[in-house]
Design a protein around this ligand. Structure first.
Ligand SMILES: NC(=O)c1ccc[n+]([C@@H]2O[C@H](COP(=O)([O-])OP(=O)(O)OC[C@H]3O[C@@H](n4cnc5c(N)ncnc54)[C@H](OP(=O)(O)O)[C@@H]3O)[C@@H](O)[C@H]2O)c1
Length: 215
């Protein structure tokens, strides 16, 4: 059975995965880019931006697991665009003509629209469905490979609460955001169902992996 995985999901020390005030210019609101500075300092992250250089250590080893074995992604409407994107029939996401997914991507929204095909193998499909239904659809599209949950925190919380996540890679970034959207609310004792490991990186972040216990 293919796995349901979360990779490179970054939260502040106080558990926020995005800041307040999301706009087109500031997709993470007042958090700016600070939640992902660690990732774009790596070799893999810089290559994603079309640049060379970057670190090749612990952070890079984690970051580059993003696409390994992934056949589809599910994301929330809040990741696909700033508040109100549903009112713009031309909106195709903030990633340009060649988004970094290269698989089918299922966008959860209460206002679905026709699919959008982009360069490089990414096609966005829009679903108004429960987490379990969306996962069944994505699994079929993934053709036996794993399904990545791309966030944001609201959709990810729903999938975690429904017990649908096999592998969760959270990166704890040493900053205090104070406001925004939290990941952990309502997920008391989540760790009970997982083997949990933490790896501190010399870059200053902590990689926490939750791997579902074998039954
Ligand atoms: N820290 C990280 O690593 C990371 C990763 C990814 C994204 N982000 C950030 O997270 C933010 C977005 O997160 P968010 O929590 O605000 O929103 P989100 O989780 O991306 O999306 C939530 C929205 O998706 C739609 N939705 C969710 N479940 C649905 C379902 N079952 N059926 C139909 N529609 C459903 C609803 O939108 P509608 O009702 O409007 O349709 C809901 O309000 C952005 O700032 C993004 O940049 C951070």
């Amino acid at each position: 059975m293919s796995l349901v995985r979360v990779q490179n999901f970054s939260v502040s020390l106080d558990g926020f995965a995005t800041g307040e005030g999301q706009t087109l210019q500031a997709p993470f609101g007042h958090a700016g880019e600070r939640l992902h500075d660690w990732m774009f300092a790596t070799r893999w992250g810089r290559a994603m931006l079309g640049r060379t250089g970057g670190s090749g250590g612990v952070d890079d080893a984690f970051a580059r697991q993003f696409a390994d074995g992934i056949g589809a992604e599910i994301m929330g409407a809040g990741k696909f665009g700033p508040p109100g994107w549903q009112d713009d029939p031309e909106w195709k996401g903030p990633w340009g003509s060649n988004p970094p997914f290269h698989t089918p991507v299922f966008v959860l929204t209460h206002r679905p629209r026709p699919s959008v095909e982009r360069e490089g193998g990414t096609t966005f499909h829009f679903l108004d469905a429960s987490p379990a239904e969306a996962l069944a659809t994505a699994r079929e599209a993934a053709g036996g490979r794993d399904v990545r949950l791309g966030g944001g925190p609201t959709m990810l919380r729903d999938f975690l609460a429904a017990g649908l996540v096999d592998h969760l890679h959270v990166v704890v970034v040493p900053l205090v955001l104070g406001r925004g959207v939290r990941l952990w609310d309502g997920l008391e004792a989540l760790e009970r169902d997982y083997d949990v490991e933490s790896t501190s990186s010399p870059g200053g972040v902590t990689h926490v992996t939750f791997t579902r216990r074998a039954v």
